[in-house]
Ligand binder design. Structure first.
Ligand SMILES: [Fe+2]
Ligand SMILES: [Fe+2]
Length: 366
């Protein structure tokens, strides 16, 4: 079985590291996420995955490279740090890729990277500077009493899930947020409740929204409110739409990094109420390309929920499809926006084709 998985890694490497342009970008994205999945299966695969993903930085697509950095962070393995440091330090790399490398260093959360992150607090690119600030805050938080309590509570919740046989797979793939979600009260009990995912509801939306929109607060605190609103929306019920609309208000913020993260959260939520704002962002030629890229990806994920039969939902589907097609084919649009739309359209096709779904599943587990 290990041999099968290894040869699978070989073919995935060929696909991901095909710099000739022969392999399509969406196929290479799928290879990347399959490699990520396999990395979790053994230490040997983890090392191999880090090596393959590190080698793929020779590519010239900023979109692909920022995703490589993201995945390296999500692997949560310190052996990915040398590559991430190199990418952050390489000023010839696109700012979006360097930003993602700094964020990934925060995700891995090893204090040894603090001096490097501090060095880039004065980088020429504002998104890189802000990401370093966030990553430093996250690493410091993770090592504080509150952060340690949260980590412990999460580990306990995960163990309980695994023992009960519920949600083990899902929690294994939960992404690491760039800032921990805010809680109404910072305490050990709140941390426990947060880890169990039980305490978010509509009544907290005003508090989290006010924090999100308060530009006097640090970016880290405002990100914490953002992920708290994400959790309210994720909990469903009457708070979901309120939380989505509160998040959308943040799209008028002065920081492109902040706006791109809201789009990213919308991509996680796939909530129909976010469609109008994501279409508006993608259509705005004056918006930062990193923000438009995240809006395109968010639209690529939304349709799964929009397929149920109703005229309003079908109209949403058509609007999403038309907007993505328009920008995928617009030669005047930034490359990263065009490529994001191509990948998002592939995701739409994938979400709408049950036979494709089976094909991918079989390949990934072979
Ligand atoms: Fe990002
Ligand atoms: Fe992204």
């Amino acid at each position: 079985m290990a041999a099968v998985a290894t040869s699978n890694m070989d073919s995935l490497e060929k696909s991901l590291c095909d710099f000739s342009g022969a392999a399509s970008l969406d196929q290479r994205f799928r290879s990347l996420f399959t490699i990520k999945g396999l990395a979790a299966t053994s230490d040997e695969h983890m090392q191999r995955a880090i090596a393959i993903i590190s080698a793929a930085f020779s590519d010239d697509s900023a979109l692909l490279k920022h995703e490589l950095a993201y995945v390296l962070g999500q692997l949560e393995d310190v052996r990915a740090l040398p590559t991430l440091k190199r990418v952050l330090q390489d000023k010839s790399q696109d700012a979006m890729v360097r930003h993602e490398a700094a964020e990934a260093m925060g995700a891995i959360s090893d204090p040894s990277v603090l001096p490097v992150l501090q060095e880039y607090l004065t980088d020429a690119d504002v998104s890189v500077r802000e990401t370093c600030e966030l990553a430093i805050s996250k690493i410091n938080f993770d090592n504080s009493a509150e952060g340690k309590a949260l980590k412990q509570a999460k580990a306990q919740a995960k163990q309980a899930e695994e023992q009960s046989g519920l949600g083990g797979v899902e929690s294994a793939f939960k992404p690491i947020d760039p800032a921990p979600a805010m809680t109404p009260a910072a305490s050990k009990e709140a941390a426990q409740a947060q880890a169990n995912g039980v305490q978010y509801d509509a009544s907290q939306v005003p508090l989290f929204r006010d924090t999100l929109l308060d530009t006097k607060l640090s970016l880290f605190e405002r990100y914490r409110a953002m992920f708290a609103l994400r959790n309210v929306a994720h909990a469903g019920g009457e708070g979901a739409v309120q939380a989505v609309l509160a998040l959308a208000q943040g799209l008028k913020d002065g920081s492109a990094l902040f706006r791109h993260e809201i789009c990213f959260v919308f991509g996680e939520l796939c909530h129909p109420a976010s469609i109008p704002s994501m279409v508006e962002v993608l259509n705005d030629a004056n918006e930062h390309e990193m923000v438009r890229h995240e809006a395109a990806e968010a639209l690529g994920g939304i349709v799964e929920e929009g397929q149920e039969d109703s005229d309003a939902k079908n109209a949403d589907f058509t609007l999403v499809m038309d907007t993505l097609k328009k920008w995928a084919n617009d030669v005047g649009a930034p490359r990263v926006v065009r490529e994001s739309c191509v990948v998002a359209l592939d995701e739409l096709a994938y979400n709408n084709d049950p036979t494709q779904f089976h094909r991918i599943e079989t390949t990934a587990s072979a």
